[in-house]
Ligand binder design. Structure first.
Ligand SMILES: NC(=O)c1ccc[n+]([C@@H]2O[C@H](COP(=O)([O-])OP(=O)(O)OC[C@H]3O[C@@H](n4cnc5c(N)ncnc54)[C@H](O)[C@@H]3O)[C@@H](O)[C@H]2O)c1
Ligand SMILES: N[C@@H](CCC=O)C(=O)O
Length: 576
């Protein structure tokens, strides 16, 4: 393990109160962090304790909803739970009549209060020694992975429609990894110091947080992403206003409780559910707006970037803009590919969590020599997929998140069914049902048009489109795939032939920020595959890596001279 080399030996800080304290904190040791490893994932096998615990938490949620009604989620500003008159609801996607929670929406008065009290909390927070800041997030990771594990998993299952396995990967493992690995990366940043010192000089780098506050907007599809977007800047000493997604409100609220229990001082992260454009209008117009940490759709991110540009004259500093957005991710098979591997990975990549991952496989290129075998196996296996409530652990898939998403995906499928131009057809799936949940069958479309709408648009649902190419046109088809969409998030090549792998890697260099060889386009693990894409898919600042943390600091160079200066002129000046 590397060592923490803190430069600021003595700092002043106050703990949870907003009063400025004069308490001096000496540094009497250079502390080593505990070793960080990826959180092991439970499998929820029959009879396992973890399965029983999650089932119990699901029962607890149902009992609460039946006896007392939906959970009530407040804003949290400066540690205070605030309920307003304006309430919205989060539904259960696979049983949409059921309301999981109602949440209070922010108004102008409370956004102003959140900004004011965050800025008041800032000095104490940034002055807290790194060891203590680190301990808060390490403790939060441990609380999440033990005491709160099943509770957050159950909330993610009910609210976002994830199966137990998918919720485990996201809400337990990935978030614990984000919180632990970010601490390790922050320590690595702090230990990066100038390598050279002239005689009698000591050069240092101090990694200051940004001046002002950061705003985080998070998407519905990963509880972990919400928990990372607000905490990564906070770990580096920033204060953050977090607007969670309306469709992940309850699980995200639980994270605030964990952070509080872990010792996060009041005001450092303000939880402000609300109308997104309203929150934008009332935070982006502040001189102390210092950064945007966004994950969501490309259109929204581009809109936010323009807003920030329009307000540039207002700001004290140039705001940092970090945004990870949509994808149109490909699987590309070479004729040497292992067909079984390619098919099974396509099913996992395309249909896990109903295809609602930015990294979900949504276009597949198959050489014609493999198509008969590939299409038959794919069709037969997709027909075996069980879909329904996530409370039934034997289901592999559930429902998409809401009515808007259901209608959008259905409209794309219906168009393929209705336009009988002989260019595309449905190989398997294509049925939809919104009676109980927003259910869309796993659907495979086959197209002769490599630029058809389902080959280019992000659908964010369980729809995979296949394009069959002549075996001898491998390079040309790779080149075409590179130019097919504006997105460049994830992509995979399936091949045994090493030359084919090298060719794909070269041609697709800028088509994917995460490139996989004989593996699916989804499932990046913190600490192993830093995640993010280029082009319209985002700023590629790699969530859960050291690169992301660099965006939340503004380094100060410090040079100290130990020897007094005895004259102002130089030796060469003495001759004349
Ligand atoms: N690249 C990645 O790492 C990554 C990860 C997860 C999700 N995503 C992308 O996120 C999208 C799905 O998530 P979503 O449906 O929650 O995305 P979304 O863009 O609808 O919402 C994301 C966040 O932005 C807010 N928002 C919505 N409209 C807004 C507006 N006009 N102004 C300001 N904020 C606004 C939402 O309330 C939410 O908090 C997909 O496009 C997916 O690819 C990307
Ligand atoms: N990091 C996740 C995707 C996050 C986007 O939704 C993956 O690699 O599958």
């Amino acid at each position: 393990m590397f060592q923490l080399r803190l430069i600021n030996n003595v700092r002043s800080f106050s703990s949870t109160s907003n009063k400025k304290s004069v308490l001096q904190v000496p540094q009497m040791g250079i502390f080593k962090l505990p070793e960080v490893r990826n959180e092991p994932k439970n499998k929820f096998m029959k009879g396992s304790p973890e399965k029983a615990e999650v089932k119990q938490e699901l029962n607890n949620i149902n009992s609460q909803l039946n006896s007392s009604g939906p959970y009530k989620v407040p804003m949290i500003i400066n540690g205070n739970k605030i309920f307003t008159q304006s309430n919205k609801q989060q539904h259960v996607p696979f049983d949409h009549k059921k309301i999981l929670c109602s949440y209070s929406e922010t108004d102008k008065e409370h956004i102003d209060l959140a900004i004011k009290t965050a800025l008041e909390a800032k000095l104490s927070w940034e002055n807290m020694p790194f060891n203590d800041r680190a301990a808060i997030f390490l403790k939060a990771a441990d609380l999440l992975s033990t005491k709160y594990r099943s509770k957050v998993i159950a909330a993610t299952m009910m609210g976002q429609g994830k199966t137990a396995c998918e919720a485990e990967i996201d809400a337990a493992a990935e978030l614990a990894d984000f919180w632990r690995f970010n601490v390790k990366y922050a320590a690595e940043i702090y230990s990066q110091q100038p390598s050279e010192n002239s005689p009698h000089v000591w050069n240092r780098l101090e990694y200051r947080p940004l001046e002002g506050f950061v705003v985080a907007f998070s998407p519905f599809n990963f509880t972990a992403i919400g928990g990372n977007l607000c905490t990564a800047p906070a770990l580096m000493g920033n204060v953050v206003l977090w607007k969670p997604s309306p469709m992940s409100m309850y699980s995200n609220y639980l994270l605030m409780q964990i952070l509080k229990e872990a010792g996060l001082p009041d005001g450092v992260i303000q939880f402000i559910p609300g109308d997104a454009p309203f929150v934008v209008e009332n935070t982006f117009n502040h001189p102390e707006f210092a950064g945007l940490h966004f994950t969501g759709s490309t259109a929204v991110f581009k809109h936010l970037w323009k807003k920030i540009g329009d307000n540039l004259e207002i700001y004290k500093s140039y705001p940092r803009i970090v945004g990870e957005t949509g994808g149109k991710n490909l699987h590309f098979l070479h004729k040497s590919a292992d067909v079984n591997t390619a098919v099974y990975n396509t099913i996992r990549g395309g249909f896990e969590f109903q295809g609602q991952k930015c990294s979900a496989t949504s276009r597949v290129y198959i050489p014609e020599s493999l198509w008969p075998q590939y299409s038959e196996l794919l069709k037969n296996e997709v027909l075996k997929i069980k879909q329904g409530s996530v409370e039934d652990f034997s289901n592999f898939m559930s429902s998409v998140i809401n009515r808007q998403s259901f209608d959008k995906i259905k409209s794309y499928i219906d168009e393929v069914k209705e336009v009988k131009d002989g260019k595309q057809y449905i190989l398997v799936g294509g049925e939809t049902n919104d009676k109980v949940g927003y259910e869309i069958q796993p659907t495979v479309i086959v197209t002769k048009d490599p630029f058809s709408k389902t080959m280019t648009d992000e659908l964010f649902g369980p729809v995979v489109t296949c394009y069959v190419y002549p075996d001898e046109k491998y390079i040309e088809t790779l080149e075409m795939a590179d130019k097919t969409t504006d997105y460049a998030l994830t992509g995979s090549v399936f091949a045994v032939d090493r030359e084919a792998i090298i060719t794909a890697s070269n041609v697709l260099r800028n088509s994917a920020g995460n490139f996989y060889i004989n593996d699916k386009s989804t499932g990046a693990v913190v600490g192993q595959q830093p995640f993010g894409g280029g082009r319209s898919s985002g700023t590629n600042d790699k969530a859960g890596s050291i690169l992301n943390l660099f965006r939340w600091i503004s380094p100060r160079t410090i040079k100290e001279n130990f020897v007094p200066l005895t004259r102002w002129n130089y030796e060469s000046n003495m001759e004349s």
